[in-house]
Design a protein around this ligand. Structure first.
Ligand SMILES: [Zn+2]
Length: 458
């Protein structure tokens, strides 16, 4: 009896399923096209295949030679072809002595393609670069950002197709450009390089968020100091230093097992360092002096804007290996070891894969990086900081000066380094980092290093 009842249930269920399936397919057929039901599913498959083919084409495009005018993003998670999902929220720019940096903020990862169009005499428009963001829509109110800094005239954004946002950079005179995605928050960075006329002395920053975003975007407040006119420093003179405590706001940086947040300890060290430098009569500009988030690309822009002579980014290290400990100082270059690449990935808030992407274009981005001076500054700071810490903590390790693709150093026009003061992931070092005395000692060590660097210039 039981068996019969089950059989009946199965038969009824099957019938119902078939009924619903046929009704659903018919509705799709009517809505989709004049074709029959079968065609609908075939069309869908075709569409999927087309997307896959397009992705394959894109991947191939990314391998094109550097000479190619076409640059394609390889961000994961892009869903080109489907309904628009990502919202292009904000466009910002920073004019620097030899490049202009554009940041396109998107609320989630989006696939993009960049193309450059050279002007031809019949074309009324100037040369331009356009970036198509697929599966994206434009936030209301976001249209045109006037720039006029010698490299770019304007940046415009429009809904080019229902699911494609096109951002156009109207060019004045540029040499090259590089495009690179950053995460958390998601944004696409375009560094446009060129050579400015000498009279260019006023470095400007323009922010144009859409009205809705304006309320939630907390504009960082670098100390208001009059930028000096661009002039070569007299040898041995370091007058202004940017101290950059890493992370901040929603970005906590590395977390210790006992609750230490990197953003808090590096801010404490940075504030102490700034005070000590000011006592020496050095002008200090901090990228942040409170618990606020400042994107990586903006930190170097602040240093360039105030014509800083040195840029020192202060961080705390972390490793999956909890016994890892010690002090290391980085300057910008290709990572020589897997470990250095991992540190850069963590500090860039990106994956190792994206670090590789950055490494591939790094040499073009760091053409004007003061690599020798930065290496020299890193040596001085590492030596003095280790000496200072080792004096009180004989077990402290000297991990030495290293190189890595840290995005926060990309575009800095002055010697710039990133100090990994100690490991928050190591229990003993985490406990030390928490103490004001250790923070003081760390600030003293970095200060001694900077002093060593300055006196070596004389
Ligand atoms: Zn950090």
């Amino acid at each position: 009896m039981k068996f019969c009842r089950i059989r009946l249930l199965v038969t009824v269920s099957l019938f119902l399923m078939l009924f619903f399936l046929s009704t659903f397919a018919a509705a799709e057929g009517e809505g989709g096209s004049a074709d029959g039901k079968g065609t609908v599913s075939v069309k869908k498959k075709k569409h999927v295949k087309k997307s896959a083919a397009a992705s394959a084409k894109k991947a191939k495009g990314a391998k094109k030679s550097a000479a190619s005018a076409e640059k394609k993003g390889t961000e994961d998670g892009g869903d080109g072809g489907s309904a628009a999902k990502a919202v292009v929220k904000e466009i910002r720019y920073w004019s620097n002595p030899d490049y202009t940096r554009i940041s396109i903020a998107v609320d989630q990862e989006a696939r993009y393609e960049a193309h450059q169009i050279k002007q031809n005499p019949a074309d009324p428009y100037p040369s331009r670069i356009y970036i198509d963001l697929e599966g994206a829509r434009l936030a209301p109110g976001l249209k045109e950002v006037p720039i006029g800094d010698g490299f770019l005239r304007t940046v415009r954004a429009a809904q080019y197709r229902p699911d494609v946002v096109r951002v156009v950079l109207d060019l004045e005179k540029i040499k090259d450009y590089k495009i690179f995605p950053l995460s958390d928050p998601n944004r696409i960075i375009i560094d446009v390089k060129g050579e400015r006329p000498l009279e260019f002395s006023r470095l400007t920053e323009q922010i144009q968020p859409p009205p809705a975003a304006a309320a939630e975007v907390k504009k960082p407040e670098p100390r208001e100091e009059k930028p000096r006119p661009v002039a070569k420093l007299k040898p041995g003179k370091i007058r202004r230093i940017v101290v950059d405590p890493g992370h901040g706001g929603h970005d906590s940086g590395a977390l210790g097992a006992n609750g230490i947040k990197e953003k808090d300890v590096v801010l404490a060290i940075g504030l102490k360092l700034a005070e000590k430098l000011r006592d020496l009569g050095i002008d200090v500009v901090m990228t942040r002096s409170t618990d606020v988030f400042i994107p990586l690309e903006e930190r170097t822009a602040i240093a360039n804007k105030v014509n800083a002579d040195l840029f020192v980014s202060v961080h705390a290290n972390a490793s999956l290996n909890r016994s890892a400990s010690g002090i290391e100082t980085y300057y910008l270059n290709l990572a020589k070891t897997e470990k250095a690449a991992q540190v850069a990935a963590r500090e860039n808030n990106t994956s190792l894969e994206k670090v590789s992407l950055l490494q591939a274009i790094l040499f073009d981005l760091m053409a004007n990086y003061k690599i020798n001076d930065s290496a020299h500054l890193a040596e001085e700071v590492q030596k003095a900081l280790y000496k200072k810490i080792h004096g009180s903590y004989p077990t402290a390790k000297n991990l030495g000066v290293k190189q890595g693709p840290f995005y926060v150093l990309v575009g800095a026009t002055m010697p710039s380094i990133l100090v990994e003061s100690a490991f928050v992931s190591n229990e003993a070092e985490e406990a030390r980092l928490k103490s004001p005395e250790y923070q003081e000692r760390t600030a003293d060590g970095i200060l001694e290093g900077i002093k060593g660097y300055i006196s070596s210039l004389k």
